[in-house]
Design a protein around this ligand. Structure first.
Ligand code: ACO
Length: 164
């Protein structure tokens, strides 16, 4: 794995797990990535409840790990959000794969290295839990960003979508 300079969290920002109080901020920041749809506060709380109660077989490692970077100088505004999902496999000796998902930096905070810091944090988290690889899907326009975070192209994404 390529070693790269660790980005530091700027003054006034905090990196932590997502919480119930982040409803508006999380929805707003994720809207920069895709349609969040009609997600009520109750829906949000139900999802967070599911995330915080879903463990690997060891009953202590959470499968869903969603982190936010908040701007403490702006009443805890969510500046960035991202997930690493830990998947237990049969292959590779029952190994663990990390899936990086739903990365979004609020447009107001883009270009300040928060995205890179988030990816570095999620990657280190996955490796610390024993992932033998960490993967993600992204748009062609973001390939350069992920390369700057140490990732390299591997394979092609394919999909089938439910008819809406
Ligand atoms: N293409 C090439 N390089 C880029 C891009 C890009 N699209 N975006 C940033 N970079 C470079 C920066 O110039 C910087 O380079 P440097 O280290 O040499 O100075 C480096 O990557 C780190 O940039 P950051 O400032 O950390 O980037 P930012 O905080 O703006 O986050 C992100 C980048 C996440 C792509 C942000 O623009 C964003 O949220 N976009 C909208 C939502 C989105 O597309 N999310 C990714 C979806 S993929 C997924 O979820 C798995």
């Amino acid at each position: 794995m390529t070693m790269m300079k660790q980005v530091e969290l700027p003054d006034g920002f905090l990196l932590r797990r997502i919480g119930m109080k982040d409803y508006e901020g999380a929805v707003q920041t994720l809207s920069g990535l895709t349609s969040v749809g009609n997600l009520t506060k109750e829906d949000y709380e139900e999802v967070l409840h599911h995330w915080s109660n879903t463990y690997l077989a060891d009953k202590k490692t959470l499968m869903y790990n969603v982190f936010v970077i908040v701007d403490e100088t702006a009443i805890g505004k969510v500046a960035a959000i991202g997930t690493i999902f830990l998947e237990k496999k049969l292959i590779h000796g029952g190994g663990l794969v990390g899936h990086i998902e739903d990365i979004s930096v609020n447009p107001e905070y883009q270009g300040k290295k928060l995205g890179k810091l988030l990816i570095q944090t999620l990657t280190e988290y996955g490796l610390s839990k024993g992932c033998y690889k960490i993967i993600l899907d992204c748009d062609v326009k973001n390939v350069g960003f992920y390369e700057k975070c140490g990732y390299s192209e591997a394979g092609i994404e394919m999909q089938i979508r439910a008819k809406m």
